[in-house]
Write a protein of this length. Sequence first.
Length: 109
Amino acid sequence: MPERMKPYSLSAFLFLLFAYLGVQAMTGERGLLSGHARDTLLAQREAELTELSHKRADLEVRARYLRTNSLSRDLLEERARVVLGFADPRDYVIPVSAPAASGAKVMAS
C-alpha cells in the first residue's frame, strides 16, 4: 500500500502547504480578516502621536522661556510656586483634603 501512495505524497504535501498558506492569508496577523483590527489600532496610535506632539511642542516652548537669554519671569515664578508649594499673599488658596485611602479607617463614635 505505501508504494501505491508514493506518487501522491508530493501532491498531498503541496496541497497541505497551499491550504496552510491560504488559512494564514485569511486569518493570520496580517491577513485579510484582521484589517479592521489593524485600522483601529492605527487610529489609536495616530491619536496618541498627535497628543504627544502637542505636549512636546508645549514643553519646548516652556523650555525656551526658561533659558537664561529669554527668561520669562512669569513662567519662572509659576514653576517655582508649583515645585516649592508656595503661594502669593494676594492669592486665594482653597485647601482640598485628600480622599481617605480606605473605608476601613473610619472611626465609629
